[in-house]
Design a protein around this ligand. Structure first.
Ligand SMILES: Cc1cc2nc3c(=O)[nH]c(=O)nc-3n(C[C@H](O)[C@H](O)[C@H](O)COP(=O)(O)O)c2cc1C
Length: 159
């Protein structure tokens, strides 16, 4: 049980950030925010607009939005919780950028997300090719999470 845990996340409007902070506190883990080089504006996030940035990114399988910051010590971690908002029933494409930026060989990746109600669905399948050598361990949407709920989720995991 001396595995080192990292909680890393992208959050456009703060909901996933809150969940990630709670997770880091309960798991006593380090926290790293994935920051887009170009922050998402309200207009960028308009899913009703076919031409908004998020719509264009999510409809282009080769979209890889740039990340501003870099994690220098990924090597140190055994388990990486990777969090994001659900966009169009899956992960924002910046999560693919993140996964393709590091070597996750033999690292356990556990997804978490917040959403307006959708579950993870096919998200893990969408992301796996970006880090094929990782050990993928499922995940959870943690909408409205409280510390007790997170605690029991962590206890239920094989970590
Ligand atoms: C472009 C876009 C697409 C979204 N698609 C979905 C979706 O498919 N299903 C869902 O339940 N919520 C969807 N949402 C809602 C977000 O998942 C939800 O508000 C999330 O908690 C936001 O997290 P954040 O504050 O960390 O960015 C979408 C939001 C945006 C901006």
């Amino acid at each position: 049980m001396n595995k080192k845990i990292l909680i890393t996340y992208f959050s456009a409007t703060g909901t996933t950030k809150k969940a990630a902070s709670m997770l880091a506190k309960v798991a006593d883990a380090d926290l790293f925010e994935i920051e887009p080089e170009e922050p998402y504006t309200k207009a960028d996030l308009d899913w009703m607009n076919k031409k908004s940035r998020s719509t264009l990114e999510m409809s282009n399988s080769s979209s890889r939005p740039k990340i501003k910051n870099h994690l220098d010590n990924l090597k140190e971690y055994d388990i990486i919780f990777l969090g994001f908002p659900i966009w169009w029933y899956t992960a924002p494409t910046i999560i693919k950028t993140f996964l393709e930026s590091y070597d996750f060989t033999n690292k356990k990746i556990i997804l978490f997300a917040t959403s307006g109600g959708s579950n993870l669905g096919k998200t893990e399948n969408d992301l796996r090719p970006c880090a094929p050598n990782a050990i993928w361990e499922g995940g959870k949407v943690i909408n409205g999470a409280n510390e007790n709920m997170i605690k029991s989720w962590l206890e239920s995991l094989n970590i």
